[in-house]
Design a protein around this ligand. Structure first.
Ligand code: GTP
Length: 309
């Protein structure tokens, strides 16, 4: 069911659908009415050409604002934390919960300076309807892509995601001369934890550490599970001095957050190696330097961070 609510009204369009476009100026003008058909046709065609959510809304907004005055739109899909806005917000808004077979595809809000007439709301509802199937497909595609880049146990990025991100971030750091730091983190004595408390306890420890890492970092920092009990933190726009602080914060958070198991509580620790990107060096070389620093941290007694040379 598609329902629409505006600032002051809530309209169920299942009951209103048979009504034609009504008394708006569009109704009296064959040219405009033809354009509306064209618009619906054009929209349907455009929306078939992309599986990317932001592009779909880009086409949608560009196409309908060619005929209908709107200031902007916003779209949010809470389930996937997807939010986007095009144009600008305005005094009046019209909100469309997008639903496909009982599944929420998100909420679309359209903005304009003038109040929305009922006719305009109905017209927009018809146009919004063209989004439903393309949007459903785009959301499915997006979640498949995201799943393929996530480590299923910890929800952090996986190795494939790391490859993409590190290429992009080193390229950006090189082009804009911004500092980029990379921290490689390896849990200490993880084999012992598995051996003494079982593999499930080891898995719980990895999940707990992933949570701690995410909690300690900024939104723009990236966390990846690099190997079994190894994580990688990619800190964009972060020089060595700040990376050292981040590393120490993370190390301390792990050290001071014991893993609570059913019958006991286990202390955890991790060793870290940090390398700061040198303009022109390959991502592999950067990773190798972080790895060498991590090795030194292990050699020096664990539960510490070493900076790469
Ligand atoms: N529970 C669990 N254990 C894992 C996973 N991936 C790797 N491991 C275990 O992590 C352990 C890593 O052992 P080692 O490489 O010897 O390292 P360590 O025992 O942490 O020793 P140091 O790194 O030298 O402190 C192995 O026993 C792996 O089986 C996982 O997904 N879950």
């Amino acid at each position: 069911m598609l329902t629409l609510s505006s600032k002051s009204t809530t309209v169920n369009f299942n009951t209103l659908r048979p009504k034609p476009f009504g008394l708006s100026p569009l109704k009296h003008n064959r040219h405009d009415a033809r354009n509306l058909d064209d618009l619906q046709h054009l929209l349907t065609q455009h929306l078939q050409t992309s599986l990317e959510v932001d592009r779909l809304f880009g086409y949608f907004f560009a196409d309908i604002t060619g005929l209908i005055a709107l200031s902007g739109l916003s779209y949010s899909h809470e389930k996937t934390d997807l939010h986007l806005q095009l144009g600008s917000t305005a005094a009046n808004s019209c909100t469309f919960p997008l639903i496909h077979e009982f599944e929420s595809l998100g909420i679309l809000t359209l903005y304009q300076e003038q109040p929305f007439t009922l006719q305009k709301q109905m017209l927009l509802e018809n146009l919004v309807d063209t989004l439903r199937f393309p949007l459903r497909n785009a959301l499915l595609y997006r979640s498949a892509v995201q799943a393929s880049l996530k480590d299923p146990l910890t929800g952090t990025g996986n190795r494939a995601a790391l490859q993409q991100s590190i290429q992009r971030e080193t390229e950006l750091a090189r082009r804009y001369g911004q500092p980029l730091s990379l921290i490689m983190l390896d849990m200490d004595h993880f084999k012992r934890l598995n051996d003494e408390h079982g593999h499930d306890a080891g898995d719980q420890a990895l999940k707990s550490v992933a949570r701690l890492l995410k909690a300690q970092l900024r939104n723009v920092d990236m966390v990846f599970r690099f190997g079994g009990e190894e994580f990688l933190l990619l800190l964009a726009n972060t020089p060595a001095s700040a990376a050292v602080q981040v590393g120490e914060r993370v190390r301390r958070a792990i050290e001071t957050t014991p893993l609570e198991l059913r019958s006991t509580s286990v202390r955890l620790s991790a060793s870290l190696g940090c390398a700061v990107y040198r303009p022109g060096e390959s991502s592999d070389a950067l990773l190798q330097r972080a790895d060498a620093a991590l090795y030194r941290a292990k050699q020096a007694g664990r539960n510490q961070m070493q900076l790469a040379v």
